[in-house]
Each structure stands twice: as structure tokens, then as C-alpha cells.
Write a protein that binds this ligand. Structure first.
Ligand SMILES: NC(=O)c1ccc[n+]([C@@H]2O[C@H](COP(=O)([O-])OP(=O)(O)OC[C@H]3O[C@@H](n4cnc5c(N)ncnc54)[C@H](O)[C@@H]3O)[C@@H](O)[C@H]2O)c1
Length: 394
């Protein structure tokens, strides 16, 4: 009788609708399957990091430990603002650490590894700041990456069952993703799109320091047989981006009626160009690659993936689009619209270290089976509207 009651209770529980992604995954996982994966995301209080955490919470049952030092661009309110936070926050932990310092035993205990996946996004990310203080960027993006790789190889990344942790090259089960940028390849002439293993030609300290992190990752994969892959992404946009980045800055300037400076070639006839991709799509690609991607193997043939923007746009077209969406929003609220005021500026003189065009070839990732969804205009319109509704992010 007691047993029947228990079974009935269990059946009732099974029939209850799952309220969250975590609960849904737990409901479908057989009781013999493994525990949910443990993931470490560095830089999760930053713009891209918090979108990645959001996607993980929405599409997996993984448990996430976040690591951040909360500098000028880090803000935990990004995480608190994600729309499944209240029901999924039990799957997220935060550990404060600045990766310029090694992850010592005490910090490692706070992190609570080993992890199935380590996703490394923490970095100085603003080109102008890197031009002001290049050493800081090499500390964050170069040394910081080596500290994390060292942590991963010394117990931070999960080993295969029964692997000897004292072995010179222990056998790993987990994976490490180094999140890099298109800027490591330097400027792309019109008609050129760089492939994953093309030469690096970083033209500013930010790009050079990111390339340094890539080199460290490649060397650790070869030397310590660590399961690592690298992603090179193009310009990313989305909700809660730092106000000094181009799209939030455009919204702010249009609203204030200020003149927008459009970086252009020497004779100011052609604006600089970039490809843009929504942070949600980058996050989806990242999660897919963690499960399906190939790893670095020392051959310079695999383990590196370009994640290509949904659309290439020049800075003037982008400014016009943003101004259009800002004005649509203002008009819908019955408010006075503001025309875009802009001025073309020769970027060689005004912004040394900034390149006219970046471009990546995304055919490899597509051939492996992941296609980036394309909805640039609609995504941009939504981001502009969202930002106008949340002016605290401007
Ligand atoms: N935003 C883009 O368009 C773009 C494009 C390509 C690649 N990326 C890469 O994506 C990653 C995230 O970029 P983002 O735009 O979210 O940057 P962001 O500046 O918004 O976030 C970076 C986060 O890392 C943290 N951080 C920086 N240095 C740290 C350190 N030494 N120790 C601990 N935490 C530290 C900061 O506090 C911040 O929360 C970076 O690695 C960047 O190079 C970004």
C-alpha cells in the first residue's frame, strides 16, 4: 500500500509541467544518467558572458560558476537582469577573482572544480583603453589566460575516469574554450575574409593581447594534451552592452542630438565596416561547439572556429539604422524625433590602431553543422527598443 502511494506520488510529480529549463532537463534525464555538467564562465559579469550564462540557463541543465573581477565593464546586475534569473539562479555561483593573479589553492576551493567546461571570456575588451594602457591588456588577456590554463591543467578541468592526476599529461574529459576576436587577424582588404589558420596581424594592443592568449591556448593544447578550442568572433551586439561600445553610444548620441563621428578612409568617402552578430547567436554557437566541436591537436588544421556576423555593415549605415529605430520608438511614444547628425572622420588621424574593415570566413563552422541564424535588422531594432526601455544601461 505504502509502495503504491509512493508510485502514485511519483507519477503525479512526473505529470507536473516543468517550470524551468533545469527542471525540464532533470525530468527527462533517466536516473542512471550523469549529474548535470559543471561549467566555469570567466567574465560572466561582462556583456557577452552574461548572454552566454542566459543561454546556458535557458537551453541546458548545466550548473554555472562565474568568475569576474567586476572592473569598469563588469556589472552583476547584468546577470540579475536576465529573464529566467529568479527561477534558475540556484544554478549560478559567483567567485570574485582577478586573473592577473594565479588561481591559488584557496581560490580553487572557492571555484569548486573540476569543471566539465571552462569558457574563458574575461578580458580587457576596449581598444581605446588598450591604447592608453597596453601593459594592463597584456596582463589581463595574456597572463590572465595562462593563469586560467594552469588552473585547468592542475585540477580545474575534469579528468577521464581513473586517469592519473599526477601523470605528466593526464587524460582530460572536460573542454576549455578560449573566446577570441576577429581583430587578431588585423585589417581585411575589400573582398578578403580570413580563414581560421590565416596569419595573425594584430594592429592594436587589445588585438595583440588576445592573440597572445590564443598562442598560450595552442601551446597548452600541444604540450599538455589539453582539450582546448578557440573561437574568433566578429562584433557582437545585444542588450546590456557597455555604454562606451558603438551601438549604445549611437543611441545615446542620437537621443542627445550630438554629432556622431563615423570613422572613414583618408578622403572621408568610405566608412569603416564590420560584421555584427547578436550575443544570443554567439552563445548558441559556443554551446554547440562545446558539445560537437573539434579540438586543437597541434596540426594547425582544427580546433579553431570563426563565428561570423549575421551581416556586414558600414558604420554610417549602422548609424542610420540605429537612428531610424530610435526615432520609431520616440514617434510611437508621441515624442519629438531627432535626425542623425554625423561627420565622417579619417580614422588614420583620429584613431590610430583602429582598422577600416574586419572580415572572417565562416564556412568551416557551417560545414561542421552549425549555421548562425540571420536576423540582423530585427535583432538590432529589438536591442534599440530594449535599451530605450532600460536607460540605466546607457
Ligand atoms: N564584444 C565584442 O564585440 C567581442 C567581439 C569578439 C570577441 N570578444 C571577446 O569576448 C569576450 C567578452 O567581451 P565583452 O564584450 O563581454 O567584454 P566586457 O568588457 O563587457 O566583459 C569583460 C568582463 O571580464 C572581466 N575581466 C576583465 N579582466 C579580468 C581579469 N583580469 N580577471 C577577471 N575578470 C576580468 C570584466 O570585469 C568584465 O566583466 C572578450 O574576451 C572579448 O575579447 C568580444
Amino acid at each position: 500500500m505504502m509502495l503504491m502511494k509512493k508510485r502514485a506520488a511519483a507519477n503525479t510529480r512526473d505529470r507536473k509541467p516543468a517550470k524551468s529549463a533545469g527542471k525540464l532537463f532533470r525530468a527527462v534525464r533517466s536516473r542512471h544518467e550523469m549529474a548535470p555538467k559543471k561549467v566555469l564562465v570567466t567574465g560572466a559579469a561582462g556583456f557577452v558572458g552574461h548572454h552566454l550564462v542566459e543561454q546556458i540557463l535557458k537551453t541546458t541543465d548545466w550548473h554555472v560558476t562565474t568568475l569576474d573581477r567586476l572592473d569598469t565593464s563588469g556589472n552583476l546586475n547584468r546577470l540579475v537582469g536576465i529573464n529566467v534569473w529568479d527561477i534558475e539562479k540556484h544554478r549560478v555561483r559567483f567567485v570574485y577573482h582577478d586573473l592577473r593573479a594565479e588561481i591559488n589553492d584557496s581560490v580553487a576551493r572557492h571555484l569548486g572544480g573540476p569543471f566539465d567546461y571552462i569558457i574563458h571570456l574575461a578580458a580587457g575588451s576596449h581598444v581605446d583603453r588598450s591604447i592608453e594602457d597596453p601593459l594592463l591588456f597584456f596582463m589581463d588577456n595574456g597572463i590572465g589566460t595562462v593563469h586560467l590554463l594552469n588552473y585547468a591543467r592542475r585540477g580545474g578541468l575534469r579528468l577521464k575516469k581513473n586517469a592519473d592526476p599526477q601523470a605528466r599529461t593526464p587524460v582530460f574529459e572536460g573542454k576549455f574554450q578560449y573566446f577570441s576576436t576577429d581583430e587578431v587577424f588585423g585589417p581585411a582588404p575589400e573582398g578578403v575574409a580570413f580563414k581560421e589558420w590565416d596569419r595573425n596581424n594584430p594592429n592594436n594592443p587589445y588585438a595583440a593581447a588576445k592573440a597572445a592568449g590564443e598562442m598560450a591556448a595552442i601551446s597548452f593544447a600541444a604540450t599538455y594534451r589539453m582539450p582546448i578550442f578557440i573561437t574568433n568572433c566578429m562584433n557582437i551586439f545585444g542588450e546590456r552592452q557597455h555604454p562606451e561600445k558603438f551601438i549604445p553610444l549611437l543611441i545615446k548620441k542620437v537621443l542627445a542630438g550630438d554629432t556622431v563621428h563615423i570613422h572613414a578612409n583618408r578622403n572621408k568617402t568610405q566608412a569603416g565596416k564590420r560584421s555584427y552578430i547578436h550575443a544570443r547567436n554567439i552563445s548558441a554557437a559556443s554551446i554547440w561547439l562545446l558539445q560537437n566541436g573539434r579540438l586543437l591537436d597541434g596540426s594547425a588544421m582544427q580546433g579553431k572556429y570563426n563565428i561570423v556576423g549575421e551581416r556586414e555593415v558600414d558604420n554610417l549605415t549602422l548609424a542610420k539604422l540605429v537612428a531610424q529605430y530610435v526615432n520609431e520608438y520616440l514617434a510611437a511614444k508621441g515624442k519629438k524625433t531627432r535626425p542623425l547628425k554625423h561627420e565622417m572622420v579619417a580614422f588614420h588621424a583620429s584613431r590610430p590602431g583602429h582598422d577600416m574593415r574586419y572580415a572572417l570566413d565562416g564556412s568551416y563552422l557551417a560545414s561542421e553543422g552549425f549555421n548562425v541564424p540571420v536576423a540582423f535588422d530585427e535583432s538590432l531594432r529589438k536591442v534599440v527598443r530594449w535599451t530605450m526601455d532600460h536607460p540605466e544601461w546607457l
